[in-house]
Design a protein around this ligand. Sequence first.
Ligand code: ADP
Length: 730
Amino acid sequence: MAVLGLSFILFSQTSLNLDFIQPDNPQQTLVFAALSALIFLLFVVLTFILARNLFKLYAERRMGVLGSRFRTRMVVGALILSFLPVIFMFQFAYVLMNRSIDKWFSGPVEALKEDSERLSLLLSDYAATNAQGEAKALASNPELQRAVSARDDAAIRALLERHGAAMEGGFVLLRIGHESLRGYHTPASVAEMATAIEPALQASGPLRRIQWKETEYLAGSESLGADARIYVAMPLPAKLAATMKSIEANHARYYELGRDRRNARRLFMQQLLLITVLVLFAATWLSLFVARLVTQPVAALAFATNEISQGHLDYRVQVRAADELGELVTSFNRMAAELENNRVQIEQSRRDLADTNMALTAANDAIEQRRREIETILQNVPTGVLSLDSAQRVTHTNASFSKMFSREGNTTGSTVTQLFDPIVAHDLERLLRRADRMGTSSREMQIKTENGELHVEVTAASLQHDRQRMGYVIVFEDLSDLLHAQKQVAWREVARRVAHEIKNPLTPIALSAERIRRHLERHEAGVPFGGNSLAVIESCAETISGAVETVRTLVDEFSTLARFPTAQPQPTNINHIVDSALALFHERLDGISVRTDLDPNLPDTLADPEGIKRVIANLVDNAAEAMRDSMVKEIHIRTSFLADADHHVLEISVSDTGHGVTDQLKEKLFLPYFSTKDRGTGLGLAIVSRIVEEHRGSVRVEKNQPMGARFIIELPLTVAPKPKPESTHA
Ligand code: ADP
């Protein structure tokens, strides 16, 4: 505001309006002096501020305040930029001012003043001569002379009034003897004017000035006759007097100013200096302002960076900045906010982790407790337990295992082959492979130990998690005692039943034999064989052979009973059985893809679900075993329904891409105890065949294209429920 006001004053001062800078009265002089003082004061203040700014900048630079170097560079740049034009302007204005001032007070102005004075004098002379001429003309008029000497007032008036046109606004005065003045064409009554006119009339010389109100008159006089005198007064132009006065006053003022030109020069000098300082000040101030626009956000950012590096992540830059700097500040604040957010999250995670750690410790304690419990249980169960890792190396054994197989000392890390003789180890490995496919697998085995032969039921379980094999557990259950006891019970039962069943046909045999013996005794006593006796003997022989046949049937049925449980037929969907058989191998057929092609229109049939499931499981297991060394491993299971006029057959086929079967082997496969594998039981396919037979179906093997074997089972569709065979229990 101060700078604006100052600029206005300067403009007014430098507009060269002389009236303004030339005081007319003491009041204006005072204002003028006050303004000069103000200008000087502002000059001093501005210079001081400028110096202070520069000094402050210097001090800041010395102290290494952030941004001071940039500010210095800006200020120096601005000063260099503005210095040249300012110096040039100063020089130019100074020269211009000096020349102008000298010109203002030069000769022509003086001459002009003298000429105007002379012009005014000439004009007065002209009016005076005119008045004198007119007076003369009137004095020499004989009519007027006559009328004056006759004192004929009316004639004088008539004569002068006739002459009035030549008067040009002037008037005529007439003094006769010592009488009072008579006036003609006077602007007011003679009596009124007398006081103003009298002194002028007394004056001698050519110029008699009469001042009446605004108008100045010049008068001329002439004697008329012996004792009269006539005066003629001619007016000067109306504004002449005022104009002349003004010219004179201006001249006096100009003269004053001319005398005071030093002062004027000093004043202009002051103004010039002020403008110079003002420009420099404005340049410095502007550059400082612009620099501050840059350095302030930068300094704030630097400070904020420091704060954040010290860990005060809640610090934000509050400075308002424009353009790219503004964006920088915004993105810095955003970055700080994200950092803070991240730290909060990390803190939270750390706390969570601590909580989790505590929970884990508690859980670990619980697990340890459980482990100890399980360990104790394992050590105390009477069954031998052997656990293996996924590479089939021993991780743990229990006390019963050590006792069973007399394995004292540390067995951890050894393989199955190292623990058992090769044949047993081979069987166990096979069992483990089977467990891999089916989850668990068990079989009875006879294992030779130091204490004699052990009859054990071996169950292997494959431990898997998320399709990843963790290891195995093998449980050895000593069946020696159990088998012994079971065998005794079974034999006792069999003996009881056999006795019971055989007793029935024995009675008719004994009775028939008795009757034959009686007839023979009678014959020996002399009674001859009659037709009756022969008929009786024949009937007895028939009875005996009938009874013997009954006994044979009984024996057959007992042997069947001894081998298989009785089938439990019920309405069954073969597709479901295939699914449940495959479920046994769920995620255990490593590297083998299983493809099913199940006929959705397959009708239900009467069958033993457990038996059929066992059939399919055996076939799938055999197929997997046959494909162990194959490149392509695929099992394809297909069900279909074949129907013609008198045949309704359900067909199940299991194909594999294994090593297949030769023609010679085909016939023998289904025989019990036939196996091509070392220590194979040869019972799998025999059981399959037996179960299929029970369902009145058939099983055969074919070559699979392009490789492997295909087992095809055909089951007749059985709809009506069959009564259970009860003869075996009779
Ligand atoms: P085990 O498998 O216990 O020897 P099985 O009755 O299951 O007894 O099988 C008898 C023989 O039939 C096997 O030893 C094997 O040679 C042969 N065999 C069974 N299934 C297949 C098959 N899918 N591919 C090739 N040969 C097979």
